[in-house]
Each structure stands twice: as C-alpha cells, then as structure tokens.
Design a protein around this ligand. Structure first.
Ligand SMILES: *Cc1c(COP(=O)(O)O)cnc(C)c1O
Length: 962
C-alpha cells in the first residue's frame, strides 16, 4: 500500500519511546535489538512461538466510531428495579472535574501522603459523610461492593466475639437482605467455618449460644422500613453482634442504625452521584464503632500533623494495611473504590445536609404519589412504611405478566417478584411525570381511568412517625456547608486536585502496580449514557452491547493468557485470587479430593496471596526464596513432599515479585501437578508477559489479571479495579456464578460481571494496540526497566538480575546499605523524590528497605532520564552526608519534602540553600510541584486516631488557638 494512506497507529501514542530513543537505549543496555533483549531476559522454554491472534488495530478515531455502534446495542429503559442500584444524577461539575479528569483518575493509592493531600481530604469527607449518616464512630474509605462489605461485617463480628459468644459459629442473615448479598455471604461463610441461618428476623433466637452475629437490612429488600430496634436491643443484651445493611440516602430521613445500637453499618454509595455501569464500579461503605478500629477491613484515612505542626491527612494504621497481615489476615482488601468514594463524598459536599434531605424527600414524595395513584387504580401496596420502594400486590401472576408486557412497551423496568408482586423503586433521576407514567400503566392494566396526578400531588406528605424519623443533625461540618454554588465547588475540587501528584505531572514508577498510560480515548466512553445507565439486573436483551464487550474482551484475554475461559466478576486483583482459589477448591471437590487444603506461597508473595488463601479456607505454607530472589527449589521440594497428601495449590507470581523471569518456573509447575496440586498465578506482572509468554505456557492453571495495571484501567487513587480470572479448560466449569447467570456456582461479587462500567477501557486498549502493539509494549516495558537499571547501576545496586544480567519489567534497588553510614532509609529517598517532582517507586515491597521501580512502556527516554537524573542527584546528596558535609539528622533527605512555606519563610536555618531544597536540578525551574505539607508524623496520627472532618466545635477551638 502507498504509505501515504497508512493509518495512525495508537501504538505510537501508548508506547513512549520512538525509534531513535529505542536505538539509543538499546546502546546503553548493550543490545543489538529488542528481540535480543527479550531472548536474554525471558527463558527460551516459555517463549511464545507464534504471535497473538487478535483483530487488526483501530486508530483512536476509528475506534470511537466502532465502539459507539457497540454501545448503542444497549437499550436504555427507565429503571425502577432498585435492589441496591438506582439511577442517580452525577452533578456535571463532579463528572467533568473528577470522573473525567486525569488529575483524579490517574493518581496512585495515597501511600505517599505528602503529595496526596487532595484525595486524602476527599476521602475524609467521604468517611465523615458515612459516619454521620449511619450514626457510627468510624468509617473506612470504601470497599468493593455492598455484598462484600456484608461479608466483611460478618468477619469482623466473628473476630470480635466476646463473652458467652466466644465460640459462636452461627451467623443469622435476614432473608429480607438483597439476594446478591445473601449469595456472597454464602460463598464467604462456607470456608470460614461459619454456619449461616437465613430466615425471617421474627425467627431470630438470640439465646442460641452458637450465634455470634446478625445481619439485617434497613429498609429491607422489599423496601419496607421495619422496626429493627427491638431486634438490635435483644441482640445487644445477649452479646450478639449486629450488622445492618442500610440505604445511605434513606438515613437522611430515618433513624440511623448507629443510633439504635448497631455494631456495623454497611451499604452502597452508588446513588450518591455514581452511574450504574451495569453493576459497577461503585463504592461500598463500612462504618463501625471505635473499639473495632483495628479490625476494620480496607483503609482508614486519618488526620495527623506534619513536621511544621500543620494538620495533615494520611492512611491510618498503615503498616498493618500495607502488609494485609499476610496469613494472619481476615480480609484481603487492597484495591478498593477510591475514585467512586471521592465522587460520592463530593456529592455530599455539593448537596450538603439540606440538599441531601431535599433529594431524599423528593424521592419519597414520588413513591408516595405513585402509591396514591395505584390505590385509586385498585392496587394494594404492602409496605406500611417505606423510603423509595413500593411493593404492589397485583393479585395474580397473569396480571403480573400483563404489567410486564405493558412496561416493556413503555420501556420501563420494574422488579418482578416470584409471586404476584411488583416492585417499583424511585430515585433522584425521576420526575412526577414518571410517577404519572407508572400510574397510567397500572391503571391501564386494571382497566380504570387514570387519576389526576396534579391533584394527588397536593395530598402527598412525606413525614414519618416521630419514632422512625431522623431527629439528629448531620453534616454540620464546614466543608458540607460551603461549596453549594458551582463556582465554589469547581474551585474546591481544583484546589484538592492541585495538592496531588498524578500521571499528569510525571512518571509514577510503582513496581508491581504498572502505572502506564490511561489514554483519553480509552476513558471517553465511560460516561456515555449507553454504558453508564444500565441496571445490572436489566433483562439481557437490553444489554447486548455489554455482552458483546464482555465476550470479545474475554476472548482476547483468553488469547493473551492462553486460557480457555474468563470470569469478569472479581472486582479487584485480590478478589480474583480468592475467586481463583475457590475455583480450584470446587474442582478438587468434584474430583473427590476435598481434603486437599494446603496452599504453598513463596515468602516474596504480595500480602493479598496468603490473605486470599486463608479466606478460601486454605492452610498456608510459606516456601523460601534463595539469595537470587527465586523460589528455593530445594525448600519447595521439601514442602511439597511434606504436604503432598493435602496439597491443593501453589500461588506464584511471574515474573517473580523480584522482577525476574525464573528459569525453573516450568519445573516448579510440574512438581505441583505431579503431586496433585493446581498452580495459581498472580497475574499482577502480566505486563512483562503479553505477547512474549503466557500463564498457560508457563504451566499455571488459573490466574487473575489486574485490568487496572496491565490493561489500562486507571488506578483512581486506589480503585476501582477489575481482577478477572482466566482458567484452563478443566477449571472452566468451576468459575464463579451468580443468581442472574445460568448454573449454580457461587458468586464472589454483588453484580454478575463485577464492574462492567470500566471494561470498555481494557477493550479499547487491546482493540487499538492489536497484537503487534501489545507485544511491543511488553518489549519496551522490559527495555525501559533495563535502561533504568543500567543508568543507575553505578549509583544504586540492583538487588536481583536474571541469568544474563537482565531484569524483567521492573527492578529492585538496594538502599539498606546507606543506613549505617548516613542514617538514610528508603523512606527518606521517597520523600526527597517529591522535591524533584516525582512520586516514589514502591517502597519496602517485596524487600523491606528497598525500592522497586517499574517504568512501564508508556514513558519515553526523556522522562526516564529526568527520573534517573533525580535519583542520581539524590545519591550525590547521600554522598555529602557520607562525607560529613551534612548532619545525619539535618539534611535535604531527612527534611524532605520542602514546602513553599518552608522555603519562603523569613527564617531559614537549614545547612543548605533554599535552591538546594526546592530546585535541586535545573529543569525544576520550568516544572515544579510543591508538596502541600511537610513530612507527616504517622505515629502521632495513629495514637490520636481521628478519621473525620473537624466538627464545628473543634473548628472553633482551632481558630481560637486551643
Ligand atoms: C496489585 C497486586 C495484587 C493485588 O491486587 P488488587 O487489585 O490491589 O487487589 C496482588 N499481587 C500483586 C503482586 C500485586 O502487585
């Protein structure tokens, strides 16, 4: 073809270095070609011999046109299904400035608090909102979904059993909980040795000595608000823990469970301005009492102070969370739903207490209006008290089917119960005209004339009886009462955004986390209504676009991994691990080998691996690594021999968490198979494999992929994630199921396909890269890492290299040697990098006291060089301490990061210049990021745990200087 007609390849936008940069870098790493580098890095026996079979790549422009066609196969109906998912209105200022803004969505999990103050404040707003609305003392910064949150509540109540309940093994679940919640609880309970009692709350026997906890739903699945106070009180009396799943918005109007004595309150914040997305992602909330703070799953953001004494936010009790307590863990939550929590919190800030009350009352008024109209049409509504949901007795199943047909004609989705009842749930996006339409529909079926809704509207009153109505104030804090005009909100959001380093500033070289480009074209469709506004329980024929996306993406991921099938359900990597291990268990059970329950995990594994294994009821056995960072084959053989009778699985990360392609990996997998076990691969390092090797070739049976790492879903500041699992054919029948899907396999998440709302991102990436682009991405990721290694090698020692002296797509550098002579730790280097405008690489994982650098393919040579220059400059600063130039405690590293307040203060007493502090390299003059706080005191914050906004009284104290 005439090259004039060649299309623009997205590959050249996604992969950072151009031809001349690649050649230049190859020279530095002393390699003739990319292929030679791969030959020296990836063991011969696991290399793919043929290219990937994927569709020809589309240009960005072309992709959007094609994807619109697919999205338009989804059909938009008016949703009244409810069941925990509601249409909501995302305020445009939040949509554009958070959801669609790379300043927010490309940020990393806020481990480096000094350059994350914006999202940390946003999360404290979220936690405060949850605490206030639920009436609880402490809340975390989000969980994966409501059903998972319910399972975590069950675990917390079990782990905090007390008194006569110390040996309790039974957990009572109200049958009035959402079916998806009950399903996930069933899954979780099975291997935790918990017996579930699923029944009507009237049948709860609190005197049962085996009982340790109860889960209620409020309002319940039918929409009814029951008097749950007596149940809670009698449970409290008998030391039985109580968790309540509550609709957060309803708590603006009704008494919150916290005021009735609940121990844990959980639920969803989707209706706080987050789109449906066919099931997710949305942020689930988890609130509890202060005494349980050390058992709270996920992350809690707390308030501490910085070196200058200013208040500063950071993740509380962080070391605990970072290691996820490994095999002692009770929860494996790592990635959660930060971006969605930020949105929900911002929704609370924008509406404030009076706005939330107004929204809630309007929803209730629409439901009440509809109820009045249906009464006129002769239908009985069975919920005596309700918030947004009517349950209508339609008399017979025939009648129900007539209603269904008429509703379909009118493009309306209702909830159809198994018996002759129909549910109608209202939400913020509905109008009185919509209520009139529902009334008209039912009137038509009843054969009566439509009542005058205008007249009915005048009769609507939304007050609850005093005992049920919320009496307490909420969200009285300044932040919830200051930003109700769009201009103020816009500026507040921008102010927060400006405090954070994200990929919009510089490379974030987080080893194991693969912070690559999140291309704008990949992100655009996320807010298209055809994708955003589909209810997860809508009939299949309304979601054909989604089904095509899920099917094709699954096929491509199967091609990439070499597997037979994929499950999209797990909504994080760790959830994928858990789902994968359940798949293995189910397979072994089907073979009659249910006694196999030992999982071997290398000592270098990510903390979620042992945590997930424990949750799947496995006995965890740790195997050692040798001094090259590889699995110690000798030790592994011993462990396998010792546990061979009960061996269920090996969990292995490849390339290893040390960034090396282990030569023996095939042998390792064979050894496990020969002894009756299955191999689970942690696919977090897939970025080093795509197109070059695959989990199937390596010999693993099942593997999760972190679509939010290798496949371009942005990190969102700590979520959302998607952790699909791929499985070999023999495991396919054992993948997760859902009550909405055929078969009776267990569910691990609330929605059948997890978080489909963001699958289009990975779909776009693969569709636009094609086989060649993806394979080049892997090669360049490996080149970039080796380039950094070679540029830094005279300054920092690489900890592990492969047989030919190469590293994979990431590398660990040694920093522990500085401690003795200079007192400098990895954390000081991390903080000093902030002065150079960089987010630190991964600190102290997988090896304490070191850093793991992963540049990804998306960074070009110029950016790699700036980063290396910064690292080399920091090394020369360390040298100055070595030479006694600076004191061990008073030097640019220990004092880092330097804020603009520090360097512009009239008083400057540090033993180096202000320029050295803030502009240590020349290019910083053109591009300077100012950390908004100085070094944060973690210990102070953990000792004085505070995880909400200051109350108005505390504010007044502070102003007065108390
Ligand atoms: C990120 C990561 C995980 C956990 O994935 P999440 O999506 O955060 O739950 C597990 N293992 C490794 C090696 C990882 O890097």
């Amino acid at each position: 073809m005439n090259t004039l007609f060649q299309r623009e390849y997205f590959e050249h936008r996604h992969n950072g270095p151009d031809h001349s940069e690649i050649n230049n870098m190859l020279e530095t790493v002393r390699c003739a070609s990319l292929d030679e580098l791969i030959e020296q890095t990836v063991p011969e026996n696991i290399r793919l011999k043929t290219g990937l079979n994927l569709p020809e790549p589309l240009s960005e422009h072309h992709f959007i046109k094609e994807f619109r066609k697919i999205a338009s196969k989804n059909r938009l109906f008016q949703n009244y299904i409810g069941m925990g998912y509601y249409d909501s209105i995302t305020p445009a200022v939040i949509q554009r400035n958070i959801l669609e803004n790379p300043g927010w969505y490309t940020a990393y999990t806020p481990y480096q608090a000094e350059i994350s103050q914006g999202r940390l404040e946003a999360l404290v707003n979220y936690q405060t909102m949850v605490m206030d609305l639920t009436g609880m003392e402490i809340a975390n910064a989000s969980l994966l979904d409501e059903a998972t949150a319910a399972a975590e509540a069950m675990t917390l109540l079990r782990d905090t059993r007390k008194g006569i309940r110390k040996k309790g093994t039974r957990f009572f679940v109200s049958e009035l909980c959402f079916p998806q919640t009950i399903d996930v609880l069933r899954t979780r309970a099975e291997y935790m040795g918990i017996e579930l009692l699923i029944d009507h709350p009237d049948n709860l026997d609190v005197t049962d000595e085996k009982l340790f906890g109860v889960l209620l739903q409020h309002p319940d699945s039918n929409g009814a608000i029951n008097d749950i106070r007596p149940v809670i009180e009698s449970a409290n009396e008998y030391q039985v823990g109580v968790a309540v799943a509550a609709d957060l918005l309803s708590l603006a109007l009704i008494t919150p469970p916290g005021e009735m004595g609940a121990d844990v309150v959980i639920g969803n914040t989707q209706r706080f301005g987050v789109p449906l997305g066919y099931g997710g992602p949305h942020a689930a909330y988890f609130a509890t009492k202060d005494v349980f703070k050390r058992q709270v799953p996920g992350r809690i953001i707390g308030v501490s102070r910085d070196k200058e004494g200013n208040p500063a936010y950071r993740m509380a009790l962080q070391t605990r969370e970072q290691h996820i307590r490994r095999e002692k863990a009770t929860s494996n939550i790592c990635t959660s739903q930060v971006l969605l929590a930020v949105m929900a919190g911002a929704y609370g800030v924008y509406h404030g207490p009076s706005g939330l009350r107004r929204v809630a009352k309007r929803i209730r008024a629409l439901a009440r209006l509809t109820e009045l109209g249906l009464e006129k049409a002769g239908f009985a509504q069975v919920n005596e008290f309700y918030f947004d949901t009517l349950k209508i007795d339609v008399g017979s199943n025939d009648r129900k089917n007539q209603i269904r047909e008429e509703a379909q004609r009118r493009k309306i989705n209702l909830r159809y119960f198994e018996d002759a009842f129909v549910g109608v749930s209202f939400d913020q996006a509905k109008e009185p005209e919509d209520a009139a339409e529902i009334i008209s529909l039912f009137s038509k079926i009843a054969g009566v004339s439509e009542p005058d809704t205008q007249q009915l509207m005048d009769m609507v009153d939304v007050d609850y009886p005093a005992a049920m109505a919320r009496q307490s104030d909420f969200l009285t804090h300044e932040v919830f009462n200051s930003y109700h005009s769009e201009h103020e909100m816009l500026r507040y959001l921008k102010r927060l955004e400006n405090r954070d380093i994200s990929l919009t500033h510089s490379m974030i070289s987080l080893g194991s986390c693969t912070m690559k480009l999140n291309a704008t074209t990949e992100m655009l469709p996320v807010s298209w209504p055809e994708l955003a506004d589909i209810h997860p329980f809508a009939p299949d024929d309304q979601a054909e676009g989604y089904h095509q996306i899920i099917r094709e993406l699954s096929d491509w991921l199967c091609e990439i991994t070499g597997y037979d099938s994929m499950s999209m359900q797990p909504n994080s990597g760790a959830q994928g691990e858990y789902a994968g291990l359940l798949t293995i268990r189910s397979y072994l059970e089907a073979k009659g080998e249910q006694h196999r329950n030992v999982t071997i995990i290398p000592s270098s594994a990510h903390g979620t691996n042992p945590a997930s294994a424990v949750m799947a009821g496995m006995k965890v056995v740790i195997t050692k690594c040798d001094d090259q960072g590889n699995i110690d084959l000798e030790d592994l053989r011993e462990k396998v021999a010792q546990y061979r009778e009960n061996l269920a699985a090996l969990m292995v990360t490849y390339p290893s968490t040390h960034g090396v392609f282990e030569e023996d990996i095939r042998e390792v997998c064979d050894l496990i198979h020969e002894n009756g076990g299955q191999v689970y691969m942690d696919g977090a390092n897939m970025n080093a494999q795509v197109g070059v090797t695959s989990p199937a070739i390596v010999g693993a049976d099942v593997c999760h992929l972190n679509l939010h790492k290798t496949f371009c879903i942005p990190h969102g500041g700590g979520g959302p994630g998607v952790g699909p699992i791929g499985a070999a054919a023999h495991l396919t029948p054992h993948l997760p199921g859902h009550f909405r899907l055929p078969g009776d396999n267990r569910a691990v998440a609330a929605a059948p396909y997890g978080s489909p709302g963001i699958l289009g991102i990975s779909y776009a990436y693969i569709r636009m890269m094609g086989a060649r682009g993806l394979t080049n991405a892997t090669k360049i990721a490996i080149l970039n890492a080796n380039y950094i290694k070679d540029r830094l090698k005279d300054h920092y020692k690489p900890l592990y290299v492969g047989k030919n002296g190469r590293v994979g797509h990431e590398m660990i550098i040694e920093l522990r040697t500085f401690r003795q002579t200079t007192g400098i730790d990895a954390i000081d280097v991390a903080k000093r990098l902030m002065d150079y405008g960089y987010h630190a690489p991964t600190v102290s994982f997988p090896v304490p006291g070191t850093m793991m650098i992963e540049p990804t393919e998306s960074e070009n040579k110029a950016e790699l060089d700036r980063f290396c220059d910064a690292m080399i400059s920091i090394r020369s600063e360390i040298a100055q301490i070595e030479q006694g130039h600076w004191d061990k405690e008073n030097n640019p590293l220990k004092n880092a990061p330097h804020t603009s307040r520090m360097v512009t203060d009239d008083d400057w007493k540090l033993p180096y210049s202000r320029k050295k502090a803030a502009f240590p390299l020349d290019w910083l003059r053109h591009n300077k990021f100012w950390p908004s706080v100085s070094r944060i005191d973690d210990v102070y914050g953990d000792r004085n745990l505070m995880c909400s906004c200051p109350s108005p009284e505390e504010y007044a104290d502070e102003e007065a200087g108390v």
